[in-house]
Design a protein around this ligand. Structure first.
Ligand code: PMT
Length: 222
């Protein structure tokens, strides 16, 4: 029988992209497939956790034994996370949340009459920062998708968002990161770091969870 170090623990995971409507037929989004977050959800379940997976629009089956809630926009993802977060022990934010949304969503399809089109975007709320700023936050693990200065930007996000841990991926490496089956992570926490080399996301998810469990136990034993 497999060890169940997460038995009795509740994990909340966000995965996939968000979609921000521009008009009734168009949206702003990104290339996240949800594979990283779904792999973490599946592995956390296999380690005994009670897992809630809040997923943006992705074409993936729900891992067995995992409770899945589908959302579209960053606003809906925030609302759903906040409704679930109070009872959680660990929060892992793998979702690629759109940083901006259209200031006004057009009621009707935008017509292509003009040669140029200017839209105004406003900043979306930061879901992870909101959770980590709660009076009694769960153990908070962020992701960082970076195309340059991976370590420096990841450490800045760790400190700015007051996280327990951040897992950074360099999205410029071919075959890794967005919408691929493999990934590599540089993991940072306030007192240390480790590298998880390139491997299938299913295996990487387990390696990351082992680091999370170690830090979580250390934090909660002291
Ligand atoms: O889905 P896949 O195709 O498998 O790809 C995996 C991945 C590349 C999407 C994943 O490994 C990853 O890097 N996810 C984070 C992507 C991202 O948006 O990173 P960021 O550096 O912009 O955000 C930092 C952290 O804040 C993330 O944990 C993010 O979920 C969170 N965030 C960001 C903005 C926002 N408004 N709310 C948030 O919660």
């Amino acid at each position: 029988n497999k060890p169940q170090p997460l038995r009795g623990k509740r994990l909340l995971i966000t995965a996939g992209p968000t979609r921000e409507s521009l008009d009734p037929v168009r949206f702003l989004s990104n290339h996240s497939s949800g594979k990283m977050g779904f792999a973490i959800a599946e592995q956390a379940r296999s380690l005994g956790a009670e897992v809630t997976l809040i997923a943006g629009p992705v074409a993936l089956p729900t891992p067995a034994g995992v409770t899945r809630i589908n959302v579209e926009s960053a606003g809906q993802m925030l609302e759903t996370v906040m409704a679930k977060v109070n009872s959680q022990d660990i929060f892992i934010a793998t979702a690629a949340v759109a940083d901006y949304r259209a200031e006004n969503v057009a009621d009707n399809k935008i017509k292509k009459n003009a040669d140029e089109l200017t839209l105004t975007f406003v900043k979306n709320p930061d879901i992870l920062k909101t959770v980590a700023g709660l009076p009694k936050p769960p153990f908070c693990v962020g992701f960082a998708a970076e195309s340059q200065d991976v370590e420096a930007y990841a450490k800045r996000k760790l400190a700015d968002k007051k996280l327990d841990m951040i897992a950074a991926n360099d999205i410029t490496v071919a075959g890794l990161g967005f919408n691929s089956d493999a990934n590599a992570l540089q993991v940072f926490w306030p007192e240390g770091h480790c590298d998880l080399p390139a491997q299938p996301k299913t295996e990487l998810a387990l390696a990351l969870l082992n680091v999370v469990i170690e830090r979580y136990q250390e934090k909660n034993d002291t």
